[in-house]
Design a protein around this ligand. Sequence first.
Ligand code: SIN
Length: 283
Amino acid sequence: MSAVQTPSSTLAYTPINTPFGAELEKGVRLLDFDDAQLEALQQLAAERGVVVVRDQAMTMDEQVAFAGRIGPLFTTPVNRRKVPPELIMIHADERSKFIAGSTWHSDVSSEEIPPGLSMLRMEVVPEAGGDTLFADMTHAYDALSDSMKAFVKGLHAVHEPRGHYLYVGGAKRLDELPTSTHPVVRTHPRTGRHAIYVNVGFVSHIVELSRRESDALLRMLYDHTAYLVAAQIRVHWEPDTVVFWDNRVVQHQASWDYYPGVRHGYRATVRGEAPVLTEVADT
Ligand code: SIN
């Protein structure tokens, strides 16, 4: 068992691999967390990217209230009756033609102030499969050569809302949603560590390069992420599992390997801050 320590709290966890992912010890109850524990949870997500918490039965309103203590939540204006606007329903069954999040991405990175933490809670899980894969984009950055690190740190990428939940859900047209430009490498405000911040779900091109150069560089960075299995974990869901991931430093992808099975849950998405690259030395 390891632990993350903040000035006023300690949170014990089991690592999922050596540097990436954490599972909190059995018996913790998120809804009982005080502010100090909530702070430790955010620190743990910053340091380990992904935090898994089992056996967290809660209502939709309780999930909204908990996630809202971390920061302002993104909203979905067209939810079905009974689903609060602060939650995105994640659902697949035998009638599904596609599922949300089935390519590597960081949640709604096309927003000017994109998400920090996402909080996904699963209620119904398929008999087998349905895992979510996570990639540690800090590790991916660290694994680049020094020359490539120096090159990509000078670049910015245009993030278009093609993978935005409001566009995918049919609520808004592409031109009604923001397109934003972010640095290709961003610095985590809590840890000071650099992470690659381009993803195949949202990025159209790199501002400083020609289209051909941009396509080639993005393809290399996506392959680098997809092939670097040492930077990846996969989380297997049980009913009432909650997973937090820090979109600043993590990409994820849902595996649709359970058709025609049913998988059903809800995601709350907390706004972070505008991504910036600050010049701290690479470790
Ligand atoms: C998502 O937030 O992209 C969905 C992830 C999942 O369903 O596992």
